[in-house]
Design a protein around this ligand. Structure first.
Ligand code: SF4
Length: 223
């Protein structure tokens, strides 16, 4: 079985709760949605067998690394991942899944071999499409079998109503789930920090851990 790859590289995690930790990033090719702000090249560059993919990861791995599956949307290749991930589990290498949080069915195929799930909630005004409330709710229910946290991109268009709906969705599952607010474009839009702080205060009424975290890898000028 071949896996469609866009790129593989070693770097530091630049988003969310695990920021600063070393990761071998495996960017899988393809995505089924088109977010308005997306600047990721997830085009198909190569297809690798499970054996070849493991070899490429081994070349980059060092103790303390996570193996991060990102995209694009990695769960579009859940079938292929379900064949590959047990080889990482055998080595006790921690697996991190970064996903748009929409595909609950495919998640169930791989979740046994995943340690941490970083899921997005795509707010309709920010993503420019959706809503995906039902999909996100179903996804979060399935993801709660493992450690999961939520990221959501905040833009000048983010409304209080849609943000509150996202907070409700998380709080109904568990107020313990961390929510990371990620200002679009490293927080460079005018008033980003003030807007994120106001939303953080609002969310903190129902969630215990709400963080404002820009994309730090862009500030560090690393991939
Ligand atoms: S889900 Fe991720 S990769 Fe796909 S379009 Fe949105 S931001 Fe880009």
């Amino acid at each position: 079985m071949k896996i469609g790859i866009s790129e593989i590289f070693l770097s530091l995690q630049g988003e969310g709760k695990y920021i600063g930790t070393p990761h071998v990033f495996v960017r899988l090719a393809g995505c089924h949605i088109r977010c308005r702000w997306c600047d990721t090249d997830f085009s198909l560059k190569e297809t690798l067998s499970c054996e070849d993919l493991l070899g490429r990861i081994k070349e980059l791995y060092h103790p303390g690394c996570w193996i991060s599956f990102t995209g694009g949307e990695p769960l579009l290749q859940a079938e292929e991942l379900s064949c590959f991930l047990p080889s990482l589990k055998e080595r006790k290498w921690p697996v991190y899944l970064e996903t748009n949080g929409i595909l609950a069915g495919p998640l169930k195929k791989v979740i046994d071999c995943v340690d941490v799930i970083a899921m997005d909630i795509k707010l309709p005004s920010s993503a420019g499409q959706g809503p995906f409330w039902k999909e996100h709710e179903e996804f979060l229910r399935a993801a709660s079998a493992k450690e999961v946290f939520v990221k959501t991109v905040i833009t000048p268009e983010t409304s209080d109503d849609e943000f509150n709906r996202a907070v409700d969705l998380i709080a109904r599952r568990s107020p313990e789930i961390t929510l990371c607010l990620q200002p679009e474009h490293s927080g460079l839009f005018k008033g980003a920090l003030e807007k994120c702080r106001a939303l953080q205060r609002m969310a903190a009424l129902r969630l215990k851990d709400v963080r404002v975290i820009p994309q730090v890898h862009k500030l560090m000028l690393i991939p």
